[in-house]
Design a protein around this ligand. Structure first.
Ligand SMILES: CC(C)(COP(=O)(O)OP(=O)(O)OC[C@H]1O[C@@H](n2cnc3c(N)ncnc32)[C@H](O)[C@@H]1OP(=O)(O)O)[C@@H](O)C(=O)NCCC(=O)NCCS
Length: 202
């Protein structure tokens, strides 16, 4: 018999690799946050992301076995997250940066807390050692989420951005993956992902 005080079960969050058919839903989530502007992405507002950009990124990441995930609730895409190389130069080949976006109607429902650990686990399993996020210093939700997933602030870039009429700081939050820097990589000194290491400026 029901006591009448049982908590209602929250709908289950399912994670899976993203597909091309998900691109419109991902873009809609992304564009909402760009307009609101608390995310770093707001800096790109004059250079809007297009469906082809997401498709290309997905393909690129899939080719390198890096996670590009969506979260679903009852079949609806409610968030997505992915990692990309921190930098393309070979010295940084064990470091990744990541992004997470949650549908505005599903925020604070555990979607970010499902996506971020999944990105961490998949990246660690693939042999990466460090993960870094650049987060707007005003983005309390993201900062708390990252803290709860083992990230710590490792740097602040003061007044690095300008949006909506004022200067903004960025935080760099980082955590290690797997053994981190406590051991050298197995395939040292060979890069695991040489294809990622194209000529770049950073
Ligand atoms: C930041 C973001 C990814 C968090 O995802 P989310 O699904 O809303 O967060 P969750 O429900 O999984 O919350 C996980 C934890 O994060 C923290 N958190 C989330 N929202 C918060 C808020 N509004 N205020 C303070 N802390 C918050 C809490 O510690 C929370 O745990 P709790 O609910 O047990 O207290 C989401 O708000 C988002 O997509 N924001 C816009 C885009 C963005 O900023 N992306 C990150 C760029 S770095």
């Amino acid at each position: 018999m029901s006591s009448g005080t049982e908590e209602r079960k929250a709908p289950a969050i399912q994670l899976r690799p993203s597909r091309d058919e998900d691109v419109d839903a991902m873009l809609a989530i992304y564009r909402y946050h760009i307009r609101r502007g608390v995310d770093q992405a707001a800096y790109q507002a004059s250079d809007p992301l297009m469906p082809e950009d997401i498709k290309r990124r997905r393909k690129n990441m899939r080719n390198h076995r890096l996670p590009h995930l969506v979260a679903e609730i009852s079949g609806m895409i409610v968030g997505y997250g992915y990692v990309v190389p921190f930098r393309k130069r070979p010295a940084y080949r064990y470091a990744l940066k990541h992004s997470i976006y949650v549908h505005h109607e599903y925020m604070r429902a555990g979607v970010g807390r499902a996506l971020l650990p999944a990105l961490i686990d998949a990246s660690a399993a693939a042999g990466y050692r460090q993960m870094i996020g650049y987060i707007d210093a005003a983005n309390v939700a993201s900062i708390r989420l990252h803290e709860s997933c083992g990230f710590r602030e490792v740097g602040r870039l003061p007044s690095i951005g300008y949006k909506f009429g004022h200067w903004t700081d960025s935080l760099m939050m980082q955590r290690s993956l797997g053994p981190g820097d406590t051991s050298l990589p197995d395939n040292w000194p060979e890069p695991p992902n040489e294809k990622l290491a194209g000529p770049v400026s950073d």
